[in-house]
Design a protein around this ligand. Structure first.
Ligand code: BG6
Length: 515
């Protein structure tokens, strides 16, 4: 960090009124699972290294595997060595490992919770912890009910009126597979925890560059006046993944790209790009502003799915010099599977600001590269001065926010080509996070865990938002069932999706950006 940035951030820290993190225990259901090893434990470790956690804390993993504390610590160490942003430091590790514990047991076994309570109380007494508990449900939704009820019956949860003993729960996706199931999951958790204690994770909201969308829009004066239908022609959101299915067939076969990526991550990006300025940074004010966007989404129902959506599946192809089998040939996938691995949508937000502005979204697996970006394309200039030749249109201005990789943003502007003739050419003004700030960005889970510990729910999904996005998605799913189920275009792995996706945007005289 440069001296100027350090000074600035110290001054901002002084003004920061966000609550501090108090000593607490993080209790992880799914403690022997992949998410814990790859993301959660490395995230806690990084928070410790960065001095963001209080000195006093504990982590308790719960899992079916009959591990001892030491086995859990060994797995944690491997996870940190492999996946942590910062490398393992022996002196820090010793102290960190001392705070890791493991309880083995089955989530649906009521007796497990009494043992768990005894263990947590012992740990709290040993470290002199005040009894604040954060429960992380890194488990399938079918286990949410038994885990929440087990915790409640064993007296492990305190009501929200008891601020001296905080209990919070973190829930991982998928929160449902349609509106009904999402409501039922929310109701199940809601029977045990108050909404103010529930933190539904969408890890995209924890990404540094996603948080920067609000800063870009509302900490600069130049964008907001032109951020509307008068100046913006359209917006494109692309989240492409180079990887194919990997080892997640059981989950993905039932999910598909619309549920897996659009219902949560992409709609949240859309909310941040499209929302009205919140009047404060209070978590519920910000969440209300995001929620309003979901409320204004024009429904895509019935036969409209044919006009506004494209679903597709990857077939055999070559990506990065490697043969990729077609989706239906992937391990664990049905030979006649109709699960979509790609989806493209065109949608409208029915409010004053966005009236008539199309938003084009696309996401897929087995595409040519990993890239997430939002491109805001401004309207063409009038057809006078430099834009008189219909054969050589001036390229419109485009503001691109790159979420990953190479986090940053760029603005395409027209510039004069040096020389005696008045010829112009598009150039990019480029800002790269990596160049401007030399410290690597924290992982999404670091920020999100810290926020839960601090009781800041801004970056989490409220119940109404989850249900509003599911309501919109469920209409599309129903439309596909009724009108689009029989036919599923294919795209060879390693390409940008099917021709139908190109047509979706080209019919409007526009084109997908080359990402
Ligand atoms: C997850 C999806 O939520 O997000 C995965 O289930 C997807 O299918 C992943 O690969 C993408 O996250 P990221 O952070 O790698 O862009």
């Amino acid at each position: 960090m440069t001296k100027a940035i350090e000074k600035e951030s110290a001054a901002q820290k002084k003004n920061n009124t966000s609550p501090t993190v108090e000593p607490c225990s993080l209790v992880i259901f799914g403690g022997s699972g992949d998410l814990t090893r790859r993301k959660l434990l490395p995230a806690v470790y990084n928070l410790v290294i960065d001095g963001l956690l209080p000195e006093n804390y504990s982590v308790v993993g719960i899992g079916r595997k009959s591990w001892t504390d030491d086995e859990f610590r060994r797995v944690a160490r491997e996870g940190i060595e492999k996946f942590s942003r910062q490398s393992l430091q022996e002196d820090k590790w010793e102290e960190f490992a001392r705070r890791l514990h493991y309880v083995s047991g089955a989530i649906d076994d009521p007796d497990m919770y009494h043992g768990l309570r005894t263990r947590i109380e012992e740990i709290e007494a040993h470290f002199d912890l005040p009894g604040h508990r954060i429960f992380y449900l890194a488990i399938p939704p079918t286990s949410f009910a038994p885990s929440c009820q087990g915790l409640q019956r064993a007296g492990l949860i305190y009501p929200p009126e008891l601020p001296e003993r905080v209990s919070r729960v973190i829930v991982e996706k998928p929160i449902g597979h349609d509106l009904e199931s999402a409501k039922s999951i929310n109701a199940t958790i809601g029977e045990v925890f108050d909404e103010s204690q529930i933190y539904r994770i969408d890890h995209y909201l924890g990404k540094e560059t996603v948080q920067n969308i609000m800063v870009l829009r509302f900490a600069n004066s130049i964008f907001e006046p032109i951020w509307n239908h008068k100046y913006i022609d359209h917006v494109q959101i692309t989240v492409s993944e180079a990887e194919g299915l990997g080892t997640r067939a059981t989950y993905y076969e039932e999910a598909g790209a619309l549920r897996d990526m659009v219902q949560n991550h992409i709609l949240q990006l859309l909310c941040l790009i499209a929302m009205e300025p919140p009047y404060s940074l209070d978590p519920d004010v910000v969440r209300n502003a995001r929620m309003e966007v979901l409320r204004c989404l024009h429904p895509i129902k019935g036969k409209d799915v044919e006009k506004f959506t494209v679903r597709a599946q990857y077939s055999h192809g070559k990506a990065h010099d490697q043969e990729v089998p077609g989706y239906r040939r992937e391990e664990g996938v049905k030979a006649d599977s109709t699960t979509e691995t790609f989806v493209a949508l065109k949608l409208f937000i029915e409010n004053w600001r966005w009236s008539g502005v199309p938003f084009y979204l696309r996401t897929g697996k087995a595409m040519p590269g990993r890239a997430s970006e939002i491109a805001v394309q401004f309207k063409d200039i009038p057809e006078i001065l430099f834009n008189t030749n219909p054969e050589a249109r001036q390229a419109p201005n485009v503001l691109t926010l790159r979420i990953q990789p190479e986090e940053g943003m760029s603005l395409r502007i027209m510039s004069k080509i040096p020389g005696s003739r008045a010829r112009s050419h598009p150039v990019e003004m480029d800002f790269k996070y990596g160049d401007a700030f030399d410290a690597p960005s924290p992982e999404a889970y670091e920020r999100l865990l810290l926020d839960v510990m601090a009781g800041d729910a801004s970056l989490f999904m409220r119940r109404d938002a989850v249900e509003a996005s599911w309501a919109w998605i469920t209409d599309i799913l129903q439309g596909w069932k009724d009108h689009g189920g029989k036919w599923l275009p294919e795209y060879p792995a390693g390409t940008w999706g099917p021709v139908e996706a190109d047509k979706l945007i080209e019919t409007d005289g526009r084109q997908w950006r080359l990402v």
